[in-house]
Design a protein around this ligand. Structure first.
Ligand code: RNT
Ligand code: ZN
Length: 423
């Protein structure tokens, strides 16, 4: 109670300070409440999935490192972990599934045979927990991805296998969206590429374009599912060449009216992902994001409240593009408590948006219009030490989730009572 009073008091003072800058903190929090983050199921089990066959992370140039105990071993555990993580963050969110997380009931169901029935458990769970679902085809961690090519494979039987997989994933997505009355975004990322120089850059890309055209020739109502396509710069084992590069998918998305997915780890380390937002949004209605933190490479570290994340949120807010931004998370750290990873990453993403929404944008734009650049910089810097944390704590309190660092203890308790019992 005492702590609650302190948070209310601090918020009152903060609210007044922001009001002095012409910012209505209540209106900001209202806006923030409406943002759903799509939470990646794969942080919960290090991108393992629940296929009965061996689908250990491979063939995708992506890697989860670490052996922290307590990872989810089945649906019930993953669902419990996700529900617990979501109970520690404000707002209503989505869960982003991969095709390998179906309930295959102990049978070997290959990727070209999956069906909505395998995801009924997830849809029931989503209804019960009032979350919405997004979906991804899984074109990696499979023997037929081991040669490094899926949809761009020159082996027609391999290519057909993956086309069938993606077709089924899109059908499952549409069914999910229908069942939950909320459009499911189906994101497509493939690992295709070569470790060393190829003399067939054009050929593989032509093949990928052909496969995508075939896949997308089947259209679903946009209220049920929408496609997004995710590019990448390089992966482990595809250092020299990635078929689905940024230019490839940018061209494809803009000419075929498909949503482009920007993963924050998929560009040159000094390239600003934030700077891409306004450019792309001039030519495409919506964007999908994979919020991630690359450390030196596409390492998928837990998202930190750092300059890059703030710039990302600022660009969305400054472009008035919150309704056009689909914000998904994509990190997987197996070296720390995985629920802690979720909660930190979700909360930081929300914090970055809150920070951006509390920016004195009108004054900043006025300064800029008048050529007052010292003043613009000064105000941007002052914003950094405003009582932003007090607004955040109040937001947590009013959403009945732990303010400040209190989630640490809750996660420690969960670890002691539940995670530590998993072998
Ligand atoms: C890989 C992509 C892709 C995956 C997930 C598991 O580099 O970022 O989004 O991380 O689909
Ligand atoms: Zn991604």
């Amino acid at each position: 109670m005492e702590q609650q009073g302190r948070i209310m008091q601090a918020y009152e003072l903060a609210r007044e300070q922001y009001a002095d800058w012409g910012i209505d903190a209540e209106a900001v929090l209202h806006k923030l409440s409406s943002v759903s983050v799509s939470v990646q199921c794969w942080q919960g089990d290090d991108v393992g999935g629940f296929e009965t066959s061996d689908s250990s992370l491979s063939g995708g140039g992506i890697q989860a490192t670490g052996h922290y105990p307590g990872k989810a071993r089945n649906h019930a555990e993953l669902q419990a972990d996700l529900a617990f993580a979501l109970s520690l963050v404000p707002g209503n969110h989505r869960v982003n599934l991969h095709a390998i997380y179906g309930d295959f009931r102990g049978k070997k169901v290959d990727r070209d045979a999956i069906e909505p029935a395998h995801f009924e458990g997830w849809v029931d769970w989503a209804k019960e927990h009032q979350v919405k679902l997004d979906f991804n085809c899984t074109c990696f961690s499979h023997p037929l991805a081991n040669e490094g090519f899926t949809l761009s494979s020159q082996d027609e039987s391999v290519r057909r296998f993956w086309i069938e997989h993606v077709n089924r994933c899109r059908e499952i997505s549409a069914w999910m969206g229908r069942s939950l009355h909320s459009r499911t975004i189906h994101n497509l990322w493939i690992p295709d590429g070569t470790k060393d120089q190829t003399v067939n850059r054009m050929k593989y890309r032509e093949t990928l374009r052909k496969s995508l055209d075939e896949i997308f020739s089947l259209e679903y109502p946009s209220g049920e599912m929408t496609d997004s396509i995710e590019s990448k710069l390089f992966g482990i084992g595809s250092e020299a060449y990635v078929v689905g590069s940024h230019e490839f998918y940018m061209g494809y998305g803009l000419t075929r009216n498909k949503m482009i997915c920007i993963d924050m780890g998929h560009f040159h380390p000094t390239e600003s992902v934030a700077d891409k937002i306004s450019s792309l949004l001039l030519y495409t209605p919506e964007l999908m994001f994979h919020v991630s933190r690359g450390l030196r490479w596409d390492s998928d570290h837990v998202v930190s409240f750092n300059d890059e994340l703030m710039a990302f949120a600022q660009e969305i807010v400054r472009a008035d593009a919150l309704p056009r931004a689909n914000i998904g998370l994509d990190f997987f750290d197996a070296s720390i408590n995985r629920i802690g990873a979720y909660v930190i990453g979700i909360r930081n993403t929300q914090k970055s948006l809150l920070y951006a929404l509390l920016e004195p944008i009108q004054q900043l734009r006025k300064y800029e219009a008048e050529g007052k650049y010292f003043e613009r910089l000064a105000l941007l810097e002052e914003a950094k030490t405003k009582p932003f944390g007090a607004v955040w704590d109040y937001f947590c309190l009013t959403n009945c989730v732990p303010p400040g660092d209190q989630f640490i203890k809750e996660i420690q308790d969960y670890e002691r009572n539940i995670l530590s019992l998993r072998s």
